[in-house]
Ligand binder design. Structure first.
Ligand SMILES: Nc1ncnc2c1ncn2[C@@H]1O[C@H](COP(=O)(O)OP(=O)(O)OP(=O)(O)O)[C@@H](O)[C@H]1O
Length: 250
């Protein structure tokens, strides 16, 4: 039986037009879609296709020229700057390509940081940070300094830090861009698992079709338009498992 899906992000007739000299650049040229709770979505397209522009709009970092963005029932395009800051704090987590960890803090301290900004007492925030580090498989590296960790471990810390505030939505901009292929696959599988377990919505931007294939749905963007929305093929997950095994054997 088909489960009833809960919409989390709804985009309607979205445009972002930049004026460059006398030219107009249609970075987003009429975009419509819905993303659901518990879904891992990839926005995939070549350089200059509008991926970052779309992510920035969804995260409320830039205003659309026209159209609607409704997240968790609220119209983002109608919010002022203060409301957007508040909205992001309550609903959104970010995973970055370059991890953006504080190098001289250990894993627990890095993950606890968003909680300390929210005034959560130290004992509680450290316990929460440890819980999320366990979730991403770093129980043995809790006290390691960020700059003494591998890229894959640092990205796991980055994921734990995005999750610790229990956001409805997680935005990830080329999250595996700095990782080797084996670690890339581990991080993608971790993100798949977490979205499934925690029933969050993960929106990942990538230019790489293979990486996008790990998402439940791929939103293909070209010249500011969504050309097609593709469901995950079952084999991608299995192929990922095989490749992961091959990597472990080598
Ligand atoms: N501030 C801006 N002013 C003018 N044009 C812009 C601005 N930001 C983006 N653009 C243009 O909008 C289009 C989409 O850019 P965007 O950065 O969203 O693409 P992208 O798919 O994220 O590319 P990449 O993968 O290279 O980061 C491009 O043609 C870009 O030149």
């Amino acid at each position: 039986m088909e489960e009833k899906k809960t919409p989390v992000i709804r985009v309607k007739n979205l445009y972002k037009i930049y004026q460059v000299g006398t030219n107009k650049v249609y970075a987003l040229n009429g975009v419509d879609f819905t993303m659901y709770k518990g879904e891992f979505c990839a926005i995939v397209g070549p350089s200059g296709s509008g991926k970052s522009t779309l992510l920035n709009m969804l995260a409320g970092l830039e205003k659309p020229t026209k159209g609607e963005i409704i997240i968790a029932g609220k119209h983002m395009e109608r919010m002022d700057e203060n409301q957007l800051v508040q909205f992001r704090r309550e609903n959104v987590g970010f995973i970055f390509q370059s991890y953006n960890l504080l190098k001289t803090l250990n894993a627990v301290e890095n993950v606890a940081l968003p909680l300390s900004f929210r005034g959560v007492p130290k004992k509680i925030r450290n316990a929460k940070a440890e819980e999320y580090l366990k979730l991403v498989g770093l129980e043995k590296q809790m006290k390691h300094m960020a700059n003494a960790m591998s890229g894959g471990q640092q990205q796991r810390v980055g994921i734990a830090r995005a999750l610790v505030v229990n956001p409805k939505i997680i935005f990830a901009d080329e999250p595996t861009g700095n990782l080797d292929s084996k670690t890339t696959m581990e991080v993608l599988k971790l993100m798949q698992r977490i979205v499934r377990e925690q029933q969050q919505t993960l929106v990942m931007v990538t230019h790489d079709n293979y990486i996008a294939g790990f998402a439940d749905r791929q939103f293909h963007i070209v010249d500011g338009k969504i050309l097609k929305i593709e469901e995950k093929k079952k084999e991608t997950e299995e192929a990922g498992n095989d490749a992961l095994k091959r990597g472990e054997e080598s």
